[in-house]
Design a binder for this molecule. Structure first.
Ligand SMILES: *[C@@H]1O[C@H](CO)[C@@H](O)[C@H](O)[C@H]1NC(C)=O
Length: 445
């Protein structure tokens, strides 16, 4: 470890591992350290033993839960959009060779006390129980508008200027009801609250297009998910980094980050060893003095079930979104469901992870309508995470800190953070060109 590097990365969360992979490919000499003995940091996937150690140290998993190694429980529940930025990065870096993805079988939304599939095609809109007869026709016209929208053909804009007109005005033009706005804004555009309504419509329209294009890719839902859990993602980028000479050290204490007289970072100390580098990247847990709370706290409840979610045609995986308005809340509640068919739970078991931004002191009561949708559960592990963000952008001390993983249901904000950090470090936008596939000899594992 007593050597000089271009970059030292602290923590093996997904953000850090994407950055070390990308920087290694660009020829930087990277040292990557984690104080924990497993990959993933805050975004790890845990087996039963580790899950109990973390949430219920005095208890033992019940025997009926099956083999420890069959479990990979995500600490941060998120799905990948099939056409989203993380998927593009995985494909362009050829990291997909280390991973196997499966599509998530359904995307559901809660309305008036029950759940239904999110309609994404004109046919589905016509059949959807979410809307009455006339509303179905209005929804069909809205989907046609989105489907035909071409930036450079003004006659497809139907008189709307999406850089000026707000989303409320767009909904008004199509005469959509408030319950329909709820599922378009929250279950398709995936906004977590209603602030988007008064903003220019462009971003919302682009998000709906991303959703629909992602659905179109595999059919059942816009989401895909890696076999063996999300913890596979940082590991896959770590392997990419290693191929390009990156050095990885797990279970390695980080005792001190060292600075020069000008206050610029110069290295990292672990025991008696010092590794030097002029750039250090890390997650907020390594820099408690350099981060602040965003004020948002995320509640997550991991429920283990031995049956599929009721009223979902026994799907092996799905997402359920409860738009905030439906429960008179300010933030949506998400439920991510995966199961043995993704190699994250033992046979006949399902994992349902509920998450939301907390609004009261009793988040488990706020989430009661979500728990009700699941039916009986065998086990539940609950936790609250504070969200942190860096105080400074790193230009002064060359320490670049990532943000905590937020409450959104997908990875788009994580890749935004990766791009932002990359830009702060290099002064250039991150462009990941399609990498030539490696031959097996180059890939030493
Ligand atoms: C623009 O859109 C209209 C309406 O969809 C279509 O009839 C027309 O052919 C399009 N024009 C071009 C140049 O693509």
């Amino acid at each position: 470890m007593d050597e000089e590097y271009d970059v030292i990365v602290l923590g093996t969360g997904l953000t850090e591992c994407i950055l070390s992979g990308v920087l290694s490919v660009e020829g930087k000499k990277v040292l990557h350290i984690d104080r924990q003995d497993h990959y993933g940091g805050e975004s790890a996937s845990l087996n039963l033993t580790k899950l109990y150690e973390k949430f219920r140290p005095s208890a033992q998993p019940e025997e009926s839960l099956g083999r420890n190694r069959d479990w990979n429980v995500d600490l941060i529940p998120k799905f990948l959009m099939a056409n989203g930025e993380l998927t593009n990065i995985l494909i362009n870096t050829d990291v997909t060779r280390y991973l196997e993805f499966k599509q998530i079988s359904g995307s559901y939304v809660y309305r008036d006390g029950r759940i239904s599939k999110v309609p994404t095609t004109e046919m589905e809109a016509i059949r959807s129980p979410l809307m009455g007869l006339f509303e179905k026709r209005r929804m069909k016209r809205f989907l046609e508008y989105i489907g035909n929208f071409k930036e450079d053909n003004i006659s497809t804009h139907q008189g709307l200027n999406i850089d000026k007109n707000t989303m409320t005005e767009v909904y008004y033009k199509f005469g959509l009801e408030s319950g329909t706005k709820d599922f378009i804004g929250h279950a398709m555009a995936l906004w977590t609250n209603d602030n988007y309504l008064t903003q220019p419509a462009r971003e919302t329209i682009e998000r709906i297009i991303l959703y629909l294009q992602s659905v179109a890719k595999y059919g059942k839902s816009p989401y895909i998910y890696p076999l063996y859990g999300l913890g596979e993602l940082p590991q896959a980028f770590a392997r990419l980094s290693a191929i390009y000479g990156g050095t990885y050290m797990l279970d390695k204490p980080v005792d001190e980050v060292i600075y020069d007289e000008e206050g610029k970072v110069s290295g990292v100390k672990s025991g008696e060893e010092i590794a030097k580098a002029k750039i250090v990247i890390g997650d907020p847990t390594y820099f408690p003095q350099k981060v602040r709370k965003t004020g948002e706290r995320v509640f997550r409840a991991m429920c283990i079930l031995d049956h599929p979610i009721p009223n979902t045609d026994n799907l092996d995986s799905l997402q359920i979104i409860i738009p905030q308005n439906q429960l008179k809340r300010k933030n949506d509640i998400y439920i991510a469901v995966v199961s043995a068919s993704h190699n994250v739970a033992s046979k006949n078991h399902y994992l349902a992870i509920i998450s939301t931004i907390i609004e009261t002191d009793t988040p488990h009561i706020e989430c009661e309508p979500a728990f009700k949708l699941l039916g009986a559960y065998k086990e539940v592990f609950m936790g609250i995470s504070e969200l942190y963000e860096p105080i400074e952008d790193g230009t002064k001390d060359h320490v670049y800190i990532s943000k905590s993983y937020d409450a959104t249901s997908h990875f788009e904000t994580t890749t935004d953070d990766v791009k932002d950090i990359y830009f702060r470090i290099t002064g250039k936008p991150l462009v990941i060109e399609k990498r030539k596939a490696l031959t097996n000899e180059e890939d030493e594992e």
